[in-house]
Design a protein around this ligand. Structure first.
Ligand code: ZN
Length: 863
């Protein structure tokens, strides 16, 4: 699955009482015969199923998962005899138990159930999706919602074959995991019956069913038919996705050494989708903004997000779908792997996208999330649906991917690939654990990967490696020490009793040849060849750790950064420096000086790393009195870069440079308050409202947000009107975000009312975070959030309660911190305990940086 991480206010659990409990392992499903007849107008469905199971011991009861279903009839057959079964539900455990009068012997048996359910509006299970024209029936089962569509053994280890039949209206079609093998009229007038080929052996959370008037753009690669299916009116925006998918499939067929195993591949997009996308076997589903691209207006980032999402979900077809984690505690391996892998096919398809630089950006994001004192470990236990949902976070995706990236670089990409292939071959159509994976890589590489992976997945946080070097004759003595880095100066100085085996990749200035040193102790001293003036501690930039240096050595190195370091290494330099600023080990003035020294930089990912912290310095760390001086510093810093980039794209300019122009423009106007650019933004916004195609896509979204920040009620009204008539998901998203950034406090109230009303879909409620993040309306918006909380809960409702509580982390103020902690604690949302601790750490860290650095910043700005 691909999650939305924009402070995703996604959803909340329907049954706050849910206490997941694992099923007994004495009944094992082999296959399901399932027939569904959804009624799209009444929003209901009826179903019949036969589950072919093996009973591992004598029993008169069978327990399976079922939630929000009604059973009309149930029976169990074994050894030629059929018995009616009584049924009892346990809604708290989301289970149903069937009981027969006469005990059943061990061996094969068949469970038959007739049932009915509701096509809900909560974006999970079998649910209703709506366009302006009509209704659709669609599914989203990960993590634990197949049980809302049919009685099932709804745990990942219970793999089975699914034989699906759908009875649908005459003018409609249906899509599922298999191909349509028969299409017959009836039963009754106005219906036809579609039977799908048997699925491979797979977990229940990967079943998909979609019913409506979908139309598909058809293509293929390596003999596999590929379709991108959408509502008819969206078909013109599916071409980019098809092209991406064809290229990605060819890459994976080679990389995995197992050809795409499911015979066909469909990508389906429809309105109303809680996550970003979902890797159902051979029937991947998407929210509109994660698949649809209007080639005439789409921005560089929007295209990349779509391509990356497709690559992520397709990576899961092997890693996750073909081989599945034994239990949810190893979901990180699914998600981390897909996140790590997704860059590779795009590097091959679009070399000018410089994906290898963005990978390092992902590592930096993960290190940021991993710096909270209360952060969880990658591997974590979870039993209830809410706790399982809470595992789909930045640690499972970004940290896991980053650790894999470090290990891949350490053992070498070819060796790593061989290990992956052996692992998939060994466990295909079955389940595996994280241990199975790293033991395989250890065996293939003959390096202690198991120790490294275990220590990075079972310990929280990440190390800071401090490095000192001294030339001694024709050699250089290197001293390395490690400590856990946390964004809390006092805790950092007190120290943690944690040690990782770290594959440190060193770059000595004398040889410029990277060499690995496996640091296994708190401190080690050793020699490397050549007399070096400095030794950089993260050659290639792929290490999952930060580095710091003796100031004199850092000064020598800083001079050579531009000429010697690769972009992947340069991305890390400002980021590692900022980490030291956060804990008071570097003065913020020295950090800003470092940025100025890097002013000649034009690689987009490096520039993004350089400007990454300007927003928080501007909004939170600088005093109100000094803010104008800081805005002046931003103008001095960025204007030369903007001047070099020019006002408009020139013919043949790489897309990356165009996107960079947008980034610098946005920063200058927003945090430099450059009056000329604010005027340009407004003119661009006006033009965009008239004709989106006439505006440079890299400037459009930023121009709308900046105009909002300087806008009035009249402009607000215009944006609301354009939100309602937006033609593409990206255009819609631009207006949705911009509405959260008007400074006028009464407009925050209108934004809440709008977002909670019928014009904004449940799936887009994450946008409520924008007016709370906007520091000008923050306290008012937070009050609105509290008042409207019952309405928010009513509108969104899924097992992801957890994401709401993330909002408690956006503040930088003790009063709002305590108030938000108290508020969420009172709501008692399941699965949120750790999220709230993380949020508290986040706010504390922000307050601490301000306390540590505000005076330094003031002194620096006065110079
Ligand atoms: Zn995923």
């Amino acid at each position: 699955m691909k999650r939305i991480f924009v402070l995703a206010l996604v959803s909340l659990g329907a049954c706050l009482c849910a206490r997941g409990q694992r099923l007994p392992d004495t009944v094992v499903p082999e296959s399901y015969d399932l027939t569904f007849a959804p009624d799209l107008n009444k929003a209901t469905f009826s179903g019949t199923e036969t589950i072919h199971v093996r009973l591992l011991k004598r029993t008169s009861t069978v327990t399976l998962n079922a939630a929000e279903l009604e059973f009309q009839e149930a029976g169990i057959s074994a050894r030629g005899a059929t018995q009616a079964a009584t049924f009892a539900f346990d809604p708290g455990k989301e289970q149903a138990t069937l009981t027969v009068a006469k005990e059943l012997a061990a061996g094969p048996a068949e469970i038959r159930i007739r049932f009915t359910g509701i096509l809900n509006d909560k974006l999970r299970g079998f649910y209703l999706s709506k366009s302006e024209r009509r209704n659709y029936a669609v599914t989203q089962f990960e993590n634990t919602d197949a049980r809302r569509a049919f009685p099932s053994f709804d745990e990942p280890a219970f793999k089975a074959v699914f034989n699906i039949t759908l009875v649908v209206d005459k003018g409609d079609t249906a899509i599922s995991n298999g191909k349509i093998v028969s299409d017959t009229p009836g039963p009754g007038d106005g219906k036809h019956t579609l039977k799908f080929s048997p699925s491979p052996k797979m977990s229940s959370y990967l079943v998909a069913m979609l019913v409506g008037d979908f139309v598909c753009r058809e293509g293929g690669a390596d003999g596999i038919p590929i379709r991108v299916c959408s509502l008819p009116e969206k078909k013109e925006m599916t071409g980019f996705a098809l092209e991406a998918s064809e290229n990605i499939l060819k890459f994976y067929d080679k990389y995995y050494a197992i050809k795409y195993p499911y015979g066909k591949l469909d990508h389906i997009v429809f309105p109303d989708f809680a996550a970003g996308a979902m890797e159902n076997v051979a029937a991947i589903t998407y929210r509109d903004s994660f698949l649809l691209i209007d080639e005439k207006t789409a921005s560089y980032d929007s295209k990349q997000n779509v391509a990356n999402t497709i690559a992520h979900e397709m990576a899961h077809q092997w890693f996750g779908d073909l081989v599945t984690m034994q239990w949810w505690n190893d979901i990180w391996l699914n998600e981390g792997f897909a996140t790590w892998m997704a860059w590779k096919p795009l590097e091959a398809w679009k070399p000018d996208w410089n994906m290898q630089q963005q990978e390092i950006g992902e590592t930096l994001g993960a290190l940021g999330a991993d710096s909270l004192p209360s952060v969880r470990t990658i591997r974590a236990n979870a039993e209830t649906p809410a706790d399982i949902a809470a595992l789909f976070d930045g640690i499972a995706y970004g940290k896991a991917a980053s650790v894999l990236r470090m290990v891949e670089a350490y053992v070498g990409p070819e060796v790593f690939q061989k290990g992956v292939n052996a692992y998939l071959e060994k466990h295909k159509y079955a389940n595996a654990t994280a241990g199975d994976f790293w033991n395989q890589i250890t065996e293939t590489s003959s390096k202690p990967v198991d120790q490294i992976m275990k220590s990075f997945t079972e310990q929280p946080g990440a190390p800071l490696v401090s490095l000192k070097s001294e030339c001694k004759g024709d050699k250089t003595e290197v001293n390395l020490t490690q400590e856990r880095y946390v964004s809390d100066a006092a805790k950092m100085e007190a120290g943690y009793d944690q040690i990782w085996p770290i594959p440190v990749s060193l770059l000595p200035s004398a040889t410029k040849q990277p060499i690995y040193h496996l640091l296994t102790k708190k401190e080690e001293t050793f020699e490397v060849p050549g007399c070096s003036a400095w030794v950089y501690g993260n050659a290639g930039g792929r290490g999952y750790y930060r580095t710091s240096y003796d100031p004199a050595e850092f000064a020598r190195m800083a001079k050579d950064v531009e000429s010697t370091f690769s972009p992947e290494e340069r991305v890390r330099v400002p980021s590692d420096a900022w980490a030291l600023v956060r804990v008071g080990r570097m003065k913020i003035g020295d950090y800003l000086n470092l940025l100025q020294k890097m002013q000649a930089e034009r690689s987009r990912e490096v520039v993004l790393s350089m400007i990454a912290h300007i927003p928080e310095i501007h909004d939170h760390f600088v005093s109100a009195a000094d803010r104008p001086a800081f805005e002046e510093w931003v103008r001095d810093f960025l204007r030369p870069i903007a001047a070099d980039l020019g006002n408009a794209p020139v013919a043949g300019e790489p897309a990356e440079r165009q996107a960079l122009r947008g980034d610098v423009f946005g920063m200058l106007a927003r945090y430099g308050r450059d009056p000329e650019l604010i005027a340009t933004a407004r003119a661009t916004a006006d033009q965009y409202m008239k004709d989106p195609q006439s505006v440079n896509p890299e400037l459009a979204g930023k121009a709308l947000t900046i105009s909002a920040m300087n806008g009035d009620t009249a402009l607000y009204d215009q944006f609301v009107a354009h939100l309602k008539t937006a033609k593409t998901p990206e255009e819609y998203g631009f207006y949705l975000q911009a509405l959260g950034f008007f400074p006028e406090k009464t407009l925050a109230k209108r934004t809440f009312d709008l977002f909670l009303g019928p014009d904004v879909k449940n799936q887009d409620l994450y946008a409520l975070a924008f007016p709370v993040v906007n520091y000008e309306t923050q306290s008012e918006a937070w009050e609105l959030f509290k008042t409207d909380f019952p309405a928010i809960l009513k509108k969104v409702d899924a097992p992801d309660a957890v994401y709401l509580a993330q909002l408690a982390g956006v503040f930088c103020d003790a009063g709002l911190r305590d108030d938000s902690q108290k508020f969420f604690a009172e709501q008692n949302l399941p699965g949120t305990k750790r999220i709230l601790q993380n949020a508290q750490d986040q706010v504390n860290a922000c307050i601490q940086v301000r306390d540590l650095q505000q005076k330094n910043l003031s002194a620096y700005l006065e110079r």
